[in-house]
Ligand binder design. Structure first.
Ligand code: FAD
Length: 503
């Protein structure tokens, strides 16, 4: 096998995926490889994708970004979680917040004492035991103060909302300053090697202008079309529409309104749901819906009727198919971003999946031999992450008790993946959640959604009964009061941004 290093890396596409990949590779590869990005202004980008999860902080840290500058450049805000409205039953709401819940005491996790006391009517709603959920509800924000030791203020997990187009522009400047070359133009086709060890590998992309850009490794960030991975290499697509039937979205920005909320909101409608993402200069909104259950006109009317401020444009339609590329790495092409698959943005996971794809590419970075074992492991890991996130998103749809719309009744009745059934059965029995390997969503995420949508365990962990109920209740109450006191001293979200992120 040829172990000589690669030389030329070509990134096809300059959306969020393309520029995140370029920024990361130009940082990590230390100028030892030639990196080119090809993008077409005429085709443009998806241009939505504004809510993230806390892992984005790690990505920005690897790039060496300054948080205040990043928030300023992207018109960003802080995010402590997602509020779900109407997902269990109409009129109900709950918060899926980041970070831990409560404070562990003794043998079993905090939530197990909560389950036991809740069943006796002696516990408050789960969110009252968490700093991020209560701060979100009070529109407060500050980053963690690790110097405060045991205080809830020492451990505040958060992410960001930002303008994805501004983020891509910001990362482009950074990438170019680290040696990445950008070519503007529309790719008409790719050429493949005819013979030799790597027959079938792509050797160049050809622009409509006739310019030919050769490479050793191609990263397909061309969006839904999958220009190289699908249109050229036909890696195949696994369709998950039978579990996640929404297939369209309408996106519209509106004026931002006060207060500036430090959380995303997801409101379930008759045949889909609406996101609300507060940025500094506007609020992003969109209606994700199932075209079999609602017309485009009705979907647009629902979206516009549920905005907080005046719309700043006409709703922009986006069509999609939920699922994943069978092979995200095939031959010498690695697909990252929408080219590798799509899961609706219910838990803000697409940008995370880009980050995860980049991390895996770095972990399994190839040489000229393109080891089949490495490629197979990349694809296995990619599938694992997609499937686990898919299950979590299906949970939101499946676990509803809405009797007002056929769409929701069909979701409640549908057969779900076995991996999800196992998780729900385990929870239903004794409130246990097992996080397998390094799957994205931890126990605390599953618990909040299952409880928030009215799935309660039949009984708590048997060992929760070893602690006297009165002692457990006292502990819970102490946590709740400390959380409330901490939230009181936190600054307002908008004030924090004005003070710490202004130019
Ligand atoms: P695109 O943005 O489509 O970029 C594709 C690039 O390829 C463009 O630069 C284009 O010019 C280029 N290109 C394509 N064909 C050619 C060609 N022939 N020649 C040259 N260049 C070409 N993610 C989140 O994390 N949070 C969210 O809240 C969120 N909300 C979303 C809401 C919706 C409705 C959708 C659809 C997605 C959402 N996402 C979200 C996902 C997020 O938008 C995408 O993951 C992200 O924008 C990455 O897109 P991309 O770069 O893969 O593709």
């Amino acid at each position: 096998m040829n172990h000589a290093p690669l030389k030329d890396i070509v990134i096809v596409g300059g959306g969020t995926a393309g520029w995140m990949t370029a920024a990361a590779l130009s940082t990590v590869l230390r100028g030892q490889y030639r990196i080119r990005v090809v993008e077409s202004d005429e085709i443009g980008t998806v241009g939505v994708g504004e809510a993230t999860i806390p892992q984005i902080q790690r990505f920005n840290a690897v790039l060496g970004l300054n948080e205040a500058e990043f928030v300023r450049e992207t018109q960003g805000t802080f995010k402590l979680g997602i509020e779900f409205v109407n997902w269990g039953r109409l009129g109900e709401r709950y918060m899926h917040g980041f970070g831990r819940l409560g404070q562990d005491v003794w043998t079993v996790p905090f939530d197990q004492y909560w389950h036991r006391l809740r069943a006796q009517g002696r516990a408050h709603p789960l969110e009252q035991y968490s700093i991020t959920r209560m701060a979100a509800k009070a529109n407060k924000f500050m980053p963690a103060r690790p110097d405060l030791g045991n205080s809830p203020l020492a451990d505040i997990a958060y992410a960001y909302h930002f303008d994805a187009s501004l983020y891509a522009r910001y990362l482009r400047r950074l990438s170019e300053s680290r040696g990445v070359q950008r070519t503007e133009g529309r790719i008409s086709h790719a050429t493949r090697r005819g013979e030799g060890a790597h027959a079938g590998h792509i050797d160049a992309v050809v622009l409509e202008s006739g310019e030919r850009i050769a490479g050793d490794l191609f990263i397909d960030c061309s969006g839904f079309r999958g220009l190289l991975i699908e249109q050229t290499l036909q890696a195949g697509f696994e369709d998950w529409t039978h579990w996640l039937p929404c297939d369209r979205a309408l996106a519209v920005p509106c004026e931002s309104v006060s207060p500036l909320t430090p959380y995303t909101r997801s409101t379930a409608h008759r045949a889909g749901w609406q996101w609300r993402i507060p940025l500094q200069h506007r609020t992003g909104n969109g209606h994700v819906y199932c075209s079999q259950h609602i017309s485009d006109d009705e979907a647009a009317a629902t979206l516009l009727a549920n905005l907080d401020g005046r719309p700043l444009a006409d709703p922009r339609p986006i069509r999609f198919r939920t699922g994943m590329r069978r092979l995200a790495w095939h031959e010498n092409v690695v697909a990252i971003g929408l080219a590798s698959g799509f899961l609706e943005p219910l838990e803000s996971t697409s940008i995370y999946l880009i980050q995860q794809g980049i991390q895996q590419l770095i972990d399994f970075f190839p040489d000229r031999g393109f080891s089949p074992a490495d490629v197979a492991e990349f694809n296995r890991a990619n599938r694992f992450h997609y499937e686990r996130i898919r299950d979590f998103i299906i949970l939101h749809y499946h676990l509803n008790q809405r009797d007002d719309a056929p769409f929701w009744q069909a979701c409640a009745a549908m057969a779900v993946p076995e991996t999800l059934t196992e998780k729900m059965d385990l929870y239903r029995s004794r409130g246990r959640v097992v996080r397998r390997d390094n799957e994205l969503f931890a126990e605390v995420g599953w618990i909040q959604v299952m409880e928030g949508q009215n799935l309660h365990p039949e009984a708590a962990h048997p060992l929760a009964g070893l602690l006297d109920d009165a002692v457990a209740q006292e502990h819970l109450e102490r946590v709740r009061q400390v959380v409330a006191k901490c939230v009181e001293v936190m600054p307002g979200h908008a004030d924090y941004i004005a003070q710490h992120c202004a130019a």
